[in-house]
Design a protein around this ligand. Sequence first.
Ligand code: PLP
Length: 427
Amino acid sequence: MNASEMLALDRAHVFHPYSTFINPPPVFPVISARGVRLTLADGRELIDGMSSWWSVIHGYSEPSINAALHEQIEQMSHVMFGGLTHEPAVRLAQRLVELTPAGLESVFFADSGSVSVEVAIKMALQYQQARGQAGRQRLLTVRGGYHGDTFGAMAVCDPVTGMHSLFTGSLSQQLFAPRPAIRFDGAWDQADIADLTALLAAQASEIAAVIVEPIVQGAGGMWFYHPQWLRELRALCDQHGVLLIADEIATGFGRSGQLFACEHSEIAPDILCLGKALTGGYMTLAATLSTREVAETISRGDPGVFMHGPTFMANPLACRAALASIDLLLANNWQAQVRRIETGLGLGLTPARALPQVADVRVLGAIGVIELHRPVDMRTIPQAFVSRGVWVRPFGRLVYVMPAFVMNDVDLATLCAAMVEVVSTLP
Ligand code: PLP
């Protein structure tokens, strides 16, 4: 199929994410991807700044993950997980328990990040019921969060940017505290968590769990907050018998400069959601980990089982990709890789600070953000990046990148220079 046939069919039949079916903005046909480069149908190569929404941490078509998948597909590409088990799932569960913060010992595999959040919410509700706290039916979260697009997840996304007004009648009504306001490297002030402290004290008897993205609020605003905030939250949850759910779907596996962002605060959650980079971005897989206490309490309660079971739970191919990706992450010395990217983003994006269009520039780990005063025009801005040989997909007032950890310094400098240049041309 040539590119124009592909685009015509795409236009005729395909819905794209957060897009319209009538006169949609242009999409660019990709025919292959290798390392940090996407090849378009017309032969142009783009340096990829997005890692396919945080996931492709080792670059595309990575030889060792390819080899693991070839081997696995010859053995078994899928088998149901009810009543059966297999080595890729068991080995991956063991690996995740070893790598994640202490105390997380049970692993539930899910098929996407949003589903792993649904699973986490159900776990919290079943846990509270099982310990005789059935009145604890609500979740508490902060504004500016993003946890996915399914209904349970959407109900804890930021109420303004998270589409609540579209689905008011169908969404569970959850509790919201202000988002942590102190920057990652700012001076801590206890006042930053005062409203949440008061809310928890007043309504703890109704609250099953608090759910947050640790340290990095992603799609809700690309905001990096102070590690002390999360330490305080951990203590408050313990004080009030409320579970802490950490959504590390975006931050897990090194992105923020720690293997898991909770480690910036040296805390462990009761429930942890992982996804995206879990398979090195090869295919969809997510996991919801919990403490033994949570898993066993649920199992002792009524009906004595945890009520969830996706068809493609623990898909063997996805588990194999995850194992190969984790092996590579550890072998590659990811800390040094992420530090190098952090330095490169810092250097490359600094010139943006002087631009009148720019409100803030921030970098944490392998995440670089230029925050603008005004929203970008999504119909024109992708083309501006593509014509400069890079792939960057901003949203709202945020022009941001999270490159693969293997991106070399030259490509990183090119990517940052293109960001600064495009931003400088905006009205
Ligand atoms: N949670 C966070 C923090 C995310 O960034 C995302 C995706 O962007 C999700 C949950 C949802 O994951 P998925 O898109 O795989 O459903």
